[in-house]
Write a protein that binds this ligand. Sequence first.
Ligand SMILES: *Cc1c(COP(=O)(O)O)cnc(C)c1O
Length: 415
Amino acid sequence: MSYSNTTRRHFACELESVREAGLFKEERYIHAPQGAEIEVEYPKGATPKRVINMCANNYLGLSSHPEVVQAAHAGLDHRGYGMSSVRFICGTQDIHRELEQRLTEFLGTEDTLLFPSCMDANAGVFEAILGEQDVMIADRLVHASIVDGMRLCKAMNDTYKHSDMGHLEEKLQEHQDKRFRVIVTDGVFSMDGDVAKMDEIVALAEKYDAMTFLDDSHASGFMGKTGRGTHEHCGVFGKIDIITTTLGKGLGGASGGCVSGRRELVEMCRQRARPYLFSNTVAPVIVSGALKVMDLLFSSTERRDKLEWNTEYWRKGLIETGLDIKNGDSPIVPVMLYNAKLAQDFAKDLFAEGVYAVGFFFPVVPKGQARIRTQLSAAHDKAHLDVALAAFRKVGEKHGILGLGKKDLVAKFGL
Ligand SMILES: *Cc1c(COP(=O)(O)O)cnc(C)c1O
C-alpha cells in the first residue's frame, strides 16, 4: 500500500493542528461576476447573499467591465481558446507582443516580457539576471513571491528594515564589494497600504551604483497622476531598472504578469527565466482583454480619479466614525483591531450587515496586528461606501470600540 493509513493519519493530524491554531483557511463561493456587489455563499450551503465587496483587488473596477469582456469575447473568436504551447515554441501571437509593447509604454520602460503570473515573473527574474557575485537587498515586507524568487537565485540575499532608508544605505555601503547590487521593494505594500519611498530609493541607487527592482502589483493602473504606478507617484517615472507587475489586480483582474525594464535585462529573462520557458502562454482571451484595459487607461484617467476620490472619502469616513486606520495614500485601508478574535468577530458581523471584508491576523500579519483590510474600487459608488460606513459604525458600536486608539483597544481586548 503506497498511501498507508499511517501516512493518511500523519496528514490528518497536520491539518488538525492548522485548524486548532485558528489558521485554517476556508474558501467562500461567489455566485456572481466580480464587482462592487457580489453574491456570497457563506456559510457553505447557505443561500447566496448580496453584499458590498470591500476586499477585492479590483481597484479600477475592470474585472467585469463590459468593454473588457467584449474584447475578451472577440479575442476568443479570432485567436482561439488556448495556445497549447510555451512562448518560444509556438505560443506567441502578434497580440502577445503588442501587449508587451503597450505595457512598456505604460510603465515607462524599455521592454516587457509577459509571464503566466507575477508570482512567476518574480520566481524567474532574479535567477535569470544575477549570480554569486551579486547581492539582492530587499525590504523586509516584500511579497512572498519575491522571497521565493530570491531563494531560487544564487546571489547573496540581504534585507533592510521596512522602508528604513538609513538601514538601506548601510547595507549598500556594506555590499560595495559585490559586482551588482539590486534594491528590491514592493511599490504599495499589501498589508499596510503604505507606499515605498521610491524617490529616496532611486537616489540611493544612484549614489551607491545599485539597480532598482519594483513590484508594482498593488499600484499599476492607479498610483500616480496618470496611473502608471508608484514610480510616477514618487516622481521617478522612467528611472526604475526592473518592474514586475500583475494583470490580476488593477489591470483587469484576470491573470498574467510581466517583467518590464532595461532592454538587456528583459532579454535575459526571455532567454533564461524558467517560468517563462517552461509554463504555458497567457491565453489569447486574456491578452485581448488586457489590450482593451490598456486602451481604456491610455484614453482617460477617469477610473483612477474615481478610485482616488473613493479612497479619500472612505478614509475620512472611517476616521470620523472613530475607527483606528493606518494612514497612507493607497486604496488599501486597514482598520486596526490588534486582537485576532476581535478581527474575526468583526468581519462576521460586517457580513451580517451586508459588507464583505476579511479579518487578517497572524501569520498573514505580525502577532498583535490583527485588522480588517478594506480595499477601494472605482466600481464603488458613493452609495456603496455610505452603506458600508454605516455597517462599520453599527458593528463598531456593538463591540464598543468607536473612538478607541491602539492603547485602549489593546487594554480592552488584549493582543
Ligand atoms: C498579487 C501579487 C503578486 C502575485 O501576482 P499574480 O499575478 O497573482 O501571481 C506578486 N507580487 C505582489 C506584490 C502582489 O501583490
